[in-house]
Design a protein around this ligand. Structure first.
Ligand SMILES: Nc1nc2c(c(=O)[nH]1)N[C@H]1C(S)=C(S)[C@@H](COP(=O)(O)O)O[C@H]1N2
Ligand SMILES: [Mo]
Length: 321
Protein backbone atom coordinates (compact mmCIF):
# COMPACT_ATOMS: atom_id res chain seq x y z
CA UNK A 1 0.00 0.00 0.00
CA UNK A 2 1.17 3.48 -0.78
CA UNK A 3 0.64 6.04 1.89
CA UNK A 4 0.04 9.61 0.89
CA UNK A 5 -2.48 12.13 2.13
CA UNK A 6 -5.08 13.19 -0.42
CA UNK A 7 -4.71 10.94 -3.41
CA UNK A 8 -3.09 8.10 -5.28
CA UNK A 9 0.58 7.79 -5.96
CA UNK A 10 1.86 7.02 -9.43
CA UNK A 11 4.71 4.57 -9.95
CA UNK A 12 6.91 7.51 -10.92
CA UNK A 13 6.26 9.22 -7.60
CA UNK A 14 7.86 6.33 -5.78
CA UNK A 15 11.23 6.55 -7.55
CA UNK A 16 12.06 9.45 -5.40
CA UNK A 17 15.09 9.86 -3.28
CA UNK A 18 15.61 12.78 -5.60
CA UNK A 19 12.46 14.41 -4.27
CA UNK A 20 14.75 15.94 -1.68
CA UNK A 21 17.24 17.19 -4.23
CA UNK A 22 15.48 17.85 -7.46
CA UNK A 23 12.72 20.37 -7.02
CA UNK A 24 15.12 23.15 -6.24
CA UNK A 25 18.10 21.72 -8.09
CA UNK A 26 15.99 21.23 -11.20
CA UNK A 27 15.35 24.95 -11.44
CA UNK A 28 19.00 25.75 -10.86
CA UNK A 29 19.92 23.33 -13.63
CA UNK A 30 17.44 24.84 -16.05
CA UNK A 31 19.87 27.17 -17.76
CA UNK A 32 22.45 24.46 -18.26
CA UNK A 33 19.77 22.12 -19.56
CA UNK A 34 18.64 24.57 -22.20
CA UNK A 35 22.21 25.05 -23.37
CA UNK A 36 22.83 21.32 -23.30
CA UNK A 37 19.97 20.66 -25.67
CA UNK A 38 21.72 22.71 -28.37
CA UNK A 39 24.77 20.46 -28.23
CA UNK A 40 24.98 17.05 -29.90
CA UNK A 41 24.02 14.19 -27.58
CA UNK A 42 27.11 12.53 -26.07
CA UNK A 43 27.76 9.01 -27.31
CA UNK A 44 27.26 6.83 -24.27
CA UNK A 45 29.28 3.67 -23.78
CA UNK A 46 26.71 0.90 -23.76
CA UNK A 47 28.54 -2.41 -23.62
CA UNK A 48 31.16 -3.96 -21.32
CA UNK A 49 33.73 -3.80 -24.15
CA UNK A 50 33.74 -0.02 -23.80
CA UNK A 51 35.56 -0.37 -20.45
CA UNK A 52 39.01 -1.81 -19.59
CA UNK A 53 38.94 -5.53 -18.79
CA UNK A 54 39.76 -6.87 -15.34
CA UNK A 55 41.53 -10.21 -15.22
CA UNK A 56 42.62 -12.75 -12.66
CA UNK A 57 39.44 -12.85 -10.60
CA UNK A 58 37.78 -16.04 -9.41
CA UNK A 59 34.09 -16.72 -9.75
CA UNK A 60 32.25 -17.48 -6.50
CA UNK A 61 29.04 -19.26 -5.55
CA UNK A 62 27.25 -15.99 -4.85
CA UNK A 63 24.23 -15.49 -7.07
CA UNK A 64 25.31 -18.20 -9.50
CA UNK A 65 21.69 -19.07 -10.34
CA UNK A 66 20.36 -15.55 -10.69
CA UNK A 67 19.33 -13.79 -13.84
CA UNK A 68 21.59 -10.79 -14.36
CA UNK A 69 20.27 -7.30 -14.97
CA UNK A 70 21.56 -6.27 -18.41
CA UNK A 71 24.72 -4.15 -18.51
CA UNK A 72 22.78 -1.30 -20.08
CA UNK A 73 20.42 -1.02 -17.10
CA UNK A 74 23.21 -1.47 -14.56
CA UNK A 75 25.12 1.44 -16.09
CA UNK A 76 22.33 3.77 -17.23
CA UNK A 77 19.91 3.67 -14.32
CA UNK A 78 21.95 5.08 -11.48
CA UNK A 79 21.77 7.11 -8.34
CA UNK A 80 24.92 9.18 -8.03
CA UNK A 81 23.69 12.63 -7.10
CA UNK A 82 27.12 14.20 -7.54
CA UNK A 83 26.58 13.53 -11.27
CA UNK A 84 22.95 14.69 -11.46
CA UNK A 85 19.50 13.90 -10.08
CA UNK A 86 17.92 11.88 -12.87
CA UNK A 87 18.65 8.18 -13.37
CA UNK A 88 20.35 8.81 -16.74
CA UNK A 89 22.46 11.77 -15.56
CA UNK A 90 25.35 9.82 -13.99
CA UNK A 91 26.01 7.96 -17.26
CA UNK A 92 25.78 11.16 -19.26
CA UNK A 93 28.04 13.13 -16.93
CA UNK A 94 30.37 10.20 -16.17
CA UNK A 95 33.41 11.79 -17.86
CA UNK A 96 33.30 14.71 -15.43
CA UNK A 97 34.69 12.48 -12.67
CA UNK A 98 38.47 12.06 -12.80
CA UNK A 99 39.56 8.76 -11.25
CA UNK A 100 43.32 8.83 -11.97
CA UNK A 101 45.31 9.36 -9.84
CA UNK A 102 43.22 8.20 -6.87
CA UNK A 103 44.08 7.79 -3.21
CA UNK A 104 42.25 7.02 0.01
CA UNK A 105 42.90 8.67 3.38
CA UNK A 106 42.71 6.36 6.40
CA UNK A 107 42.13 8.01 9.77
CA UNK A 108 41.03 7.44 13.36
CA UNK A 109 41.37 4.44 15.62
CA UNK A 110 43.88 2.47 13.55
CA UNK A 111 47.49 1.40 13.84
CA UNK A 112 48.32 2.38 10.26
CA UNK A 113 46.66 5.65 9.31
CA UNK A 114 47.82 7.42 6.17
CA UNK A 115 47.08 8.16 2.56
CA UNK A 116 47.12 5.10 0.32
CA UNK A 117 47.33 5.16 -3.47
CA UNK A 118 44.53 3.13 -5.04
CA UNK A 119 47.03 0.71 -6.58
CA UNK A 120 48.77 0.08 -3.22
CA UNK A 121 45.46 -0.33 -1.45
CA UNK A 122 44.36 -3.25 -3.59
CA UNK A 123 47.82 -4.78 -4.16
CA UNK A 124 48.00 -8.47 -3.27
CA UNK A 125 44.30 -8.85 -2.52
CA UNK A 126 42.66 -11.65 -4.55
CA UNK A 127 39.76 -10.44 -6.69
CA UNK A 128 36.43 -12.25 -6.75
CA UNK A 129 33.33 -12.04 -8.86
CA UNK A 130 30.19 -12.01 -6.73
CA UNK A 131 26.71 -11.74 -8.14
CA UNK A 132 24.71 -9.71 -5.63
CA UNK A 133 21.24 -8.21 -5.55
CA UNK A 134 21.14 -4.43 -5.00
CA UNK A 135 17.82 -3.16 -3.68
CA UNK A 136 17.22 0.58 -3.65
CA UNK A 137 15.02 2.15 -0.98
CA UNK A 138 12.97 3.47 -3.94
CA UNK A 139 11.75 -0.14 -4.45
CA UNK A 140 13.65 -1.15 -7.59
CA UNK A 141 16.39 -3.73 -7.68
CA UNK A 142 19.10 -5.19 -9.90
CA UNK A 143 21.34 -8.26 -10.00
CA UNK A 144 24.94 -7.26 -10.69
CA UNK A 145 28.12 -9.31 -11.25
CA UNK A 146 30.51 -7.26 -9.12
CA UNK A 147 34.26 -7.72 -9.04
CA UNK A 148 36.01 -6.84 -5.82
CA UNK A 149 37.11 -8.21 -2.48
CA UNK A 150 35.74 -8.40 1.05
CA UNK A 151 36.04 -4.97 2.69
CA UNK A 152 37.57 -6.74 5.71
CA UNK A 153 40.67 -7.66 3.69
CA UNK A 154 41.68 -4.01 3.31
CA UNK A 155 40.41 -2.85 6.70
CA UNK A 156 42.67 -5.42 8.36
CA UNK A 157 45.69 -3.93 6.55
CA UNK A 158 45.14 -0.73 8.54
CA UNK A 159 45.18 -2.61 11.88
CA UNK A 160 41.99 -1.32 13.54
CA UNK A 161 42.23 -0.70 17.30
CA UNK A 162 39.73 -2.14 19.78
CA UNK A 163 38.25 1.35 20.20
CA UNK A 164 37.08 1.26 16.55
CA UNK A 165 33.35 0.50 16.80
CA UNK A 166 32.26 2.09 13.51
CA UNK A 167 33.64 2.70 10.05
CA UNK A 168 32.81 5.93 8.23
CA UNK A 169 33.44 6.52 4.53
CA UNK A 170 33.40 9.62 2.39
CA UNK A 171 32.96 10.19 -1.36
CA UNK A 172 35.20 12.52 -3.36
CA UNK A 173 34.39 16.22 -2.88
CA UNK A 174 35.32 18.07 -6.08
CA UNK A 175 32.73 20.70 -7.05
CA UNK A 176 34.89 21.75 -10.01
CA UNK A 177 34.35 18.25 -11.45
CA UNK A 178 30.96 17.21 -10.14
CA UNK A 179 27.91 19.19 -11.28
CA UNK A 180 25.74 18.03 -8.36
CA UNK A 181 28.20 19.50 -5.88
CA UNK A 182 28.13 22.87 -7.61
CA UNK A 183 24.41 23.33 -7.12
CA UNK A 184 23.63 25.93 -4.47
CA UNK A 185 20.27 24.28 -4.02
CA UNK A 186 21.25 20.71 -3.17
CA UNK A 187 19.99 19.38 0.16
CA UNK A 188 23.02 17.12 0.55
CA UNK A 189 25.76 18.55 2.71
CA UNK A 190 28.67 17.29 0.56
CA UNK A 191 30.65 15.12 0.66
CA UNK A 192 28.33 12.11 0.63
CA UNK A 193 29.05 10.10 3.77
CA UNK A 194 28.10 6.66 5.02
CA UNK A 195 28.84 4.42 7.96
CA UNK A 196 28.68 0.84 9.18
CA UNK A 197 29.05 -0.82 12.54
CA UNK A 198 32.48 -2.50 12.64
CA UNK A 199 30.95 -6.01 12.63
CA UNK A 200 28.90 -5.11 9.54
CA UNK A 201 32.01 -3.70 7.86
CA UNK A 202 34.02 -6.83 8.69
CA UNK A 203 31.25 -9.24 7.61
CA UNK A 204 32.47 -11.49 4.77
CA UNK A 205 29.51 -10.45 2.56
CA UNK A 206 30.49 -6.76 2.60
CA UNK A 207 32.27 -6.09 -0.65
CA UNK A 208 34.57 -3.37 -1.90
CA UNK A 209 33.93 -3.35 -5.65
CA UNK A 210 36.35 -2.15 -8.32
CA UNK A 211 34.52 -3.61 -11.31
CA UNK A 212 31.41 -5.19 -12.78
CA UNK A 213 30.63 -7.42 -15.74
CA UNK A 214 34.34 -8.28 -16.04
CA UNK A 215 35.36 -4.65 -16.50
CA UNK A 216 36.65 -1.80 -14.35
CA UNK A 217 33.84 0.15 -12.71
CA UNK A 218 32.16 2.68 -14.96
CA UNK A 219 32.35 6.10 -13.29
CA UNK A 220 28.57 6.25 -12.88
CA UNK A 221 28.76 3.10 -10.75
CA UNK A 222 31.27 4.65 -8.36
CA UNK A 223 34.76 4.25 -9.85
CA UNK A 224 37.39 3.49 -8.86
CA UNK A 225 36.10 1.84 -5.71
CA UNK A 226 32.68 1.66 -4.08
CA UNK A 227 31.11 -0.27 -1.29
CA UNK A 228 28.47 -2.96 -1.82
CA UNK A 229 26.45 -4.00 1.25
CA UNK A 230 23.93 -6.38 -0.29
CA UNK A 231 21.55 -6.76 2.67
CA UNK A 232 21.08 -3.00 3.03
CA UNK A 233 19.27 -0.46 0.87
CA UNK A 234 21.39 0.84 -2.01
CA UNK A 235 22.18 4.18 -0.42
CA UNK A 236 24.55 2.49 2.05
CA UNK A 237 26.73 1.42 -0.89
CA UNK A 238 28.81 4.59 -1.09
CA UNK A 239 30.61 5.37 -4.35
CA UNK A 240 34.02 6.81 -5.32
CA UNK A 241 35.48 6.54 -1.81
CA UNK A 242 38.33 8.85 -0.78
CA UNK A 243 38.29 8.49 3.00
CA UNK A 244 37.88 5.67 5.53
CA UNK A 245 37.67 6.55 9.22
CA UNK A 246 37.60 4.22 12.22
CA UNK A 247 35.48 5.75 14.97
CA UNK A 248 34.39 5.07 18.51
CA UNK A 249 30.88 6.52 18.04
CA UNK A 250 28.24 6.22 15.34
CA UNK A 251 28.85 8.60 12.43
CA UNK A 252 26.30 10.74 10.61
CA UNK A 253 25.14 9.46 7.23
CA UNK A 254 23.99 11.62 4.30
CA UNK A 255 20.44 10.34 3.87
CA UNK A 256 19.80 10.12 7.59
CA UNK A 257 20.83 13.77 7.90
CA UNK A 258 18.49 14.86 5.10
CA UNK A 259 15.39 12.93 6.26
CA UNK A 260 15.90 11.03 9.52
CA UNK A 261 12.30 9.84 9.66
CA UNK A 262 12.71 8.09 6.28
CA UNK A 263 16.30 6.85 6.16
CA UNK A 264 17.89 5.24 9.20
CA UNK A 265 21.48 4.41 10.05
CA UNK A 266 20.91 0.66 9.65
CA UNK A 267 18.86 0.70 6.42
CA UNK A 268 18.53 -3.08 6.34
CA UNK A 269 16.25 -4.28 3.53
CA UNK A 270 13.08 -5.17 5.41
CA UNK A 271 9.67 -5.85 3.81
CA UNK A 272 8.03 -5.52 7.25
CA UNK A 273 9.10 -1.94 7.82
CA UNK A 274 7.61 0.39 5.24
CA UNK A 275 9.08 3.66 4.14
CA UNK A 276 6.76 6.37 5.55
CA UNK A 277 5.60 7.20 2.00
CA UNK A 278 5.48 3.76 0.34
CA UNK A 279 5.51 0.01 0.94
CA UNK A 280 8.73 -1.98 1.01
CA UNK A 281 6.96 -5.33 0.54
CA UNK A 282 7.72 -5.58 -3.17
CA UNK A 283 10.23 -4.24 -5.67
CA UNK A 284 10.60 -3.74 -9.43
CA UNK A 285 13.39 -5.98 -10.69
CA UNK A 286 15.10 -4.16 -13.56
CA UNK A 287 14.65 -4.19 -16.48
CA UNK A 288 11.14 -3.03 -15.72
CA UNK A 289 8.85 -1.31 -18.19
CA UNK A 290 5.39 0.10 -18.39
CA UNK A 291 3.98 -3.15 -19.81
CA UNK A 292 6.12 -5.63 -17.89
CA UNK A 293 6.74 -4.13 -14.49
CA UNK A 294 8.48 -7.30 -13.23
CA UNK A 295 7.35 -6.83 -9.65
CA UNK A 296 8.64 -9.36 -7.11
CA UNK A 297 8.44 -9.80 -3.34
CA UNK A 298 11.16 -8.13 -1.30
CA UNK A 299 13.00 -10.55 0.97
CA UNK A 300 14.12 -9.93 4.54
CA UNK A 301 17.73 -8.67 4.47
CA UNK A 302 17.39 -8.79 0.66
CA UNK A 303 17.61 -12.59 0.89
CA UNK A 304 20.89 -12.65 2.85
CA UNK A 305 19.26 -13.32 6.24
CA UNK A 306 21.00 -16.67 6.83
CA UNK A 307 24.33 -14.90 6.62
CA UNK A 308 23.62 -11.63 8.42
CA UNK A 309 20.55 -12.17 10.65
CA UNK A 310 22.72 -12.84 13.71
CA UNK A 311 24.18 -9.32 13.53
CA UNK A 312 20.80 -7.96 14.62
CA UNK A 313 19.71 -10.58 17.17
CA UNK A 314 17.57 -8.93 19.85
CA UNK A 315 17.37 -5.58 18.05
CA UNK A 316 14.02 -3.93 17.35
CA UNK A 317 14.33 -3.40 13.60
CA UNK A 318 11.29 -1.07 13.53
CA UNK A 319 13.16 1.27 15.82
CA UNK A 320 16.60 0.71 14.31
CA UNK A 321 15.48 0.99 10.67
N1 LIG B 1 28.57 9.05 -3.45
C1 LIG B 1 27.37 8.52 -3.68
N2 LIG B 1 27.18 7.21 -3.46
C2 LIG B 1 25.95 6.66 -3.69
C3 LIG B 1 24.87 7.46 -4.11
C4 LIG B 1 25.11 8.85 -4.34
O1 LIG B 1 24.23 9.62 -4.75
N3 LIG B 1 26.38 9.33 -4.12
N4 LIG B 1 23.62 6.90 -4.31
C5 LIG B 1 23.34 5.66 -3.56
C6 LIG B 1 22.07 5.03 -3.94
S1 LIG B 1 20.67 5.81 -3.42
C7 LIG B 1 22.02 3.82 -4.62
S2 LIG B 1 20.56 3.03 -4.87
C8 LIG B 1 23.26 3.20 -5.16
C9 LIG B 1 23.10 2.97 -6.66
O2 LIG B 1 24.22 2.26 -7.16
P1 LIG B 1 24.35 1.97 -8.73
O3 LIG B 1 24.05 3.24 -9.45
O4 LIG B 1 25.74 1.49 -8.92
O5 LIG B 1 23.35 0.93 -9.04
O6 LIG B 1 24.41 4.01 -4.95
C10 LIG B 1 24.49 4.65 -3.67
N5 LIG B 1 25.78 5.31 -3.50
MO1 LIG C 1 18.96 4.21 -3.57
Amino acid sequence: MLIKAGGKLKESDVTDEKLYLSRRQFMAGGAALALGSLLPAPSLAASPEDYPALTGYTKTKWGANEELTPFKDVTRYNNFYELGVDKGDPAENADALKVKPWSVKVEGEVGKPGEYAFEDLIKGIPLEERIYRLRCVEAWSMVIPWIGFPLSSILKKFEPLSKAKYVRMETIHAPEQLPGQRSRFSSIDWPYEEGLRIDEAMHPLTLMAIGLYGRTLPNQNGAPLRLVVPWKYGFKSIKSIVKIQFLESQPKTSWNSIAPQEYGFYANVNPKVDHPRWSQKTERRLPSGLFSVNRIDTQMFNGYGDEVGHLYAGMDLKRFY
